[in-house]
Design a protein around this ligand. Structure first.
Ligand SMILES: [Zn+2]
Ligand SMILES: [Zn+2]
Length: 105
């Protein structure tokens, strides 16, 4: 049971709104917690944070085929995910068209 924040009277439930019968203060019930669907790992956007984007200028390149344009040279770098039990993810970025993709070992 909730009480009016203004006059302390007991609030009455009118529809889905709590209403004070004395002064008319209305209080909406708290928002329901939305069920969040876990994200699909494969569909996560690849985020290159600022520091990594800058380092990209001096990134080493390797002989790997770009899945988009077929260019055979790409920058590569590694990203360690937060949890220790997850393996390091390797990323490639095509030197020609800039396509970035993950490599799973
Ligand atoms: Zn009241
Ligand atoms: Zn490419």
């Amino acid at each position: 049971m909730k009480f009016c924040p203004k006059c302390g009277s007991r609030l009455k439930l009118v529809g889905d709104t709590l209403k004070c019968p004395v002064c008319g203060v209305e209080e909406k019930p708290e928002n329901k917690v939305l069920h969040v669907t876990p994200k699909n790992r494969e569909s996560e956007p690849i985020i290159v944070v600022g520091e990594e984007a800058e380092k990209l200028q001096t990134m080493p390149t390797t002989n790997v085929e770009c899945p988009k344009c077929g260019n055979r040279e790409a920058y590569y770098w590694f990203v360690q995910t937060r949890s220790a039990d997850e393996p390091t993810t390797q990323f490639y970025r095509c030197t020609k068209c800039g396509t970035t993709w993950r490599y799973y070992a």
